[in-house]
Design a protein around this ligand. Structure first.
Ligand code: ADP
Ligand code: MG
Length: 766
């Protein structure tokens, strides 16, 4: 078939048995499609079903050409898209469980929906995981006709969904949802005392869009479920003692400003003031030392009007990367309370963490994970190391004609920033659309201000409103358009040349297509490439260009004080190859550091996530059987006899509620304790083992007691609490589950830059 010629060429260049086989299959699928096209809808569905098998819990495509042809024909009939051969190829790799690399604009939404449909046709429940609410809703509605064609159901969840809506969505064969909502729902489900309250049905497959962003960049972001409970503020006395400590003499702050350490002198001062022998004695490590550390953190690391503001008697956090007050964020438990104590405010009730889970741990719960992204190759190591996932590179539908210019390197940021503004003005003068990727909100707004002063109209995007931003970014390829964006704003939206309607397509092509500028290199080449990918979709012309200054964060951090000798020209520009190589080297160093931070943090998280799985197993048994009742009746037979008049269902439910209450309570306590241990571990460890070993030792020891303690406490409650036809009156004994819970993500992510603050720091582009 002539139409496939370019495809053979694209595929032929790179060998590999899978590739050649895939190529042959896709070719056959093209032929098979002619037969399938002649069938009515019902027969197409049957053909698709018959091409699939379920083997050992896995979806196996037994007849690949028929499967691809049937799905392709269905896609044509329903959403009006006939999959390109490369898309067909990608579908097979997804069903096989890989992360596929497929460039921006190649049609991953359709690919994902086809693969999800394949899984669902073999009875699997699929979560298609997106990066935000807007994309979940958009993709579910867009692909709905395709999924429903096969008699399958599709739904989506978003922040505003009610429990009822969530339950309905999760009951579907295919559910689109943002990763945090799916995680929060799981956290809430792990608190129920009755199966009917759960919203999620157990999923089989996670199909992750923007897989590197979710699986690597966001992997360690903790999702937190918190409930009202008394605060854990450092006692007023401790706050006072810590307030009198002096930097350098009594404590030091590490280079990246994330941790404060007491010096020996500082520890001595605190011990004398509190009248105790040693903060590091076992009796103080779990309590006093933790409170001292919290107070020190609040005192030394969190600054009023930079990290937070005080408004209406409350602490309001300032989001560093957005530079504005963040509504839904708190610091981890004790820190929030410590800052309130420091400011002399009422310590808020609340902030008891009930449960928490990283996105990486969330992914670990799916029997199967696969994914798609424009930049998977650079994440190969992480995907293999943390998820056991392989990467398949899918060739482009049309050859890339984009031009990636070499970095423009400057001696100083001031010279670089001037050059950025000049370049934008130049490109804009030609009527060429320009998309600028900046690092944070402050930078994007300063750049926009300077451009506006030069009479250039600018759209600024900074991840505030995903739906609105999608509309703006869709127009970013229009004639003369200048769009300034922070890293991931508007992601997932297609940028067509000449505007969303492609009205000025040819005029933009004549001018060389979309120009994408980066104001500095990111901490990883992968993020650079994500930005580059915005230009050159589907064979479009385009340009990408990064600006670098030798005092950029990546260069400074990766160079670690190394100085490179350069000979800048009059405008500060440096042309030397050696310097270019040095910049690359610095980025590779920061990439290595990030990988190490990831591996290290995961080592801390993994044990708790394994322990949580054990708790879940126990919860499942308590929820689904009468085990709670049997255990309690065995341990307190006299009490069981007293209650013998009540009917069995009531007793089973009451026992279940008592048992689960104490199990969940013990787990929350375990989390709080381990959090404290982690805060103070570096202090303890100085004299002893490595921090990680010490942490593990304590976690294992504490966990051993947890189950037993939960049962013991449940027995006590069972003996004391009123149980009648209405069930167990736990509230009478003060044993109340929080009436309100809230969820948040902890934003302190090693991958995000710390930089910007509110207030005036001048405009760096001037
Ligand atoms: P990606 O997620 O890979 O960046 P999208 O799924 O957003 O890409 O699709 C980009 C654009 O390509 C969409 O406008 C979509 O309609 C179009 N597209 C996808 N597949 C096809 C196809 N087979 N034929 C024509 N257009 C397609
Ligand atoms: Mg996409």
């Amino acid at each position: 078939m002539a139409a496939f010629d370019w495809f053979w060429r694209a595929m032929g260049a790179s060998g590999g048995r899978d590739r050649r086989r895939g190529r042959a299959t896709v070719g056959k699928a093209g032929e098979r499609a002619r037969d399938i096209e002649a069938l009515d809808d019902a027969a197409v569905v049957t053909a698709a079903r018959d091409s699939l098998r379920e083997r050992g819990g896995e979806t196996v495509v037994a007849d690949e050409p028929t499967f691809l042809a049937a799905l392709g024909v269905a896609a044509g009939r329903t959403v009006g898209l006939r999959p390109f051969p490369v898309q067909a190829q990608a579908v097979l790799r997804l069903v096989a469980g890989d992360v596929i690399q497929m460039a921006t604009g190649e049609g991953k939404t359709l690919v994902g929906a086809m693969a999800a449909t394949g899984f669902a046709l073999t009875g699997k429940r699929v979560h298609v995981i997106t990066v935000n609410d807007y994309l979940a809703g958009r993709d579910a509605e867009w692909m709905r006709p395709l999924v429903e064609f096969f008699g399958l159901t599709v739904g989506s969840v978003g922040e505003d969904a009610t429990a009822e809506e969530r339950r309905a969505a999760y009951a579907c064969d295919i559910v689109y949802g943002p990763v945090n909502e799916i995680g929060f729902d799981l956290l809430r489900d792990r608190q129920v005392t009755d199966r009917a309250e759960e919203v999620q049905a157990a999923p089989d497959v996670a199909l992750v869009d923007e897989a590197d962003s979710v699986l690597v960049d966001e992997a360690l972001v903790p999702l937190v479920l918190a409930g009202a409970a008394p605060g854990t503020a450092p006692a007023g006395r401790i706050t006072e003692v810590v307030r009198r400590l002096r930097a350098e003499r009594d404590y030091t702050v590490d280079a990246d400003g994330r941790t404060a350490f007491l010096t020996d002198e500082g520890a001595g001062r605190v011990e004398r003031a509190l009248g105790i022998d040693s903060l590091y004695d076992d009796e103080h490590v779990g309590s006093t030392l933790v409170q001292v550390n919290l107070a020190l953190h609040a005192e030394a690391l969190l600054h009023r009007d930079v990290d937070y503001i005080v408004r209406d008697g409350k602490i309001r956090l300032v989001d560093a990367s957005r530079g504005r007050v963040a509504d839904l964020q708190r610091w981890p438990d004790g820190i929030q309370a410590a800052v309130e104590a420091k400011e002399g405010l009422d310590v808020t009730e609340g902030g008891r963490i009930l449960d928490t889970m990283t996105i990486q741990a969330l992914m670990g719960r799916y029997p199967m994970v696969c994914g798609m992204t424009g930049t998977a190759v650079e994440a190969t190591d992480q995907l293999r190391q943390f998820y056991g996932l392989g990467v398949s590179v899918i060739p482009r539908n049309r050859e890339l004609t984009r031009f990636d210019e070499a970095d423009r390197i400057y001696a100083t940021a001031a010279e670089k920033n001037r050059a950025i503004v000049e370049e934008i003005a130049l490109l804009h003068g030609e009527g060429r659309p320009v998309l600028v990727g900046t690092h944070d909100v402050a930078e994007s707004e300063q750049l926009a201000e300077v451009l506006r002063e030069r009479g250039i109209e600018v759209n600024v995007l900074n991840a505030k409103n995903d739906a609105e931003e999608a509309g703006i970014i869709a127009e970013a390829g229009d004639l003369g358009r200048v769009t300034v964006s922070t890293q991931m704003a508007g992601r997932g939206t297609d940028i067509r040349l000449g505007g969303a309607d492609e009205g000025d397509h040819d005029a933009v092509v004549d001018r060389g297509g979309l120009a994408v500028l980066g104001t500095s290199r990111h901490k990883t080449a992968r993020l650079d490439n994500q930005l580059r990918g915005r230009a050159g979709r589907q064979g479009d012309p385009g340009l990408t260009l990064f600006f670098v200054a030798l005092d950029d964060e990546v260069v400074a951090a990766g160079g670690a004080g190394e100085k490179v000798v350069a000979h800048p020209g009059e405008d500060g520009r440096i042309g030397e190859k050696r310097v270019r190589e040095f910049v690359e080297h610095c980025q590779r160093v920061t990439e290595g550091q990030l990988l190490e931070i990831h591996a290290q943090t995961w080592r801390y998280n993994k044990l708790l996530s394994d322990q949580r799985e054990i708790i879940d197993g126990r919860r499942d048994r308590l929820l689904d059987t009468d085990q709670a009742w049997r255990e309690l009746a065995e341990r307190a037979p006299e009490r069981a006899a007293e209650l013998a008049d009540l009917d069995e269902d009531t007793l089973v439910a009451a026992a279940r509620e008592i048992m689960l209450y104490h199990l969940d309570d013990a787990w929350a306590e375990h989390l709080a304790l381990m959090d404290d241990v982690r805060e103070s571990i570096h202090l303890r460890a100085i004299a002893r083992e490595t921090p990680l070993d010490e942490y593990h030792r304590i976690a294992v020891r504490e966990f051993k007691d947890l189950a037993q303690r939960a049962v013991d406490e449940a027995v006590t409650t069972f003996r004391e609490v009123t149980v009648d036809a209405e069930g167990a009156h736990l509230a009478d004994g003060g044993l109340v589950r929080p009436s309100a819970t809230w969820t948040y993500m902890v934003s302190d992510n090693p991958l995000s830059s710390h930089g910007s603050v509110i207030g005036s720091i001048g405009n760096i582009f001037r």
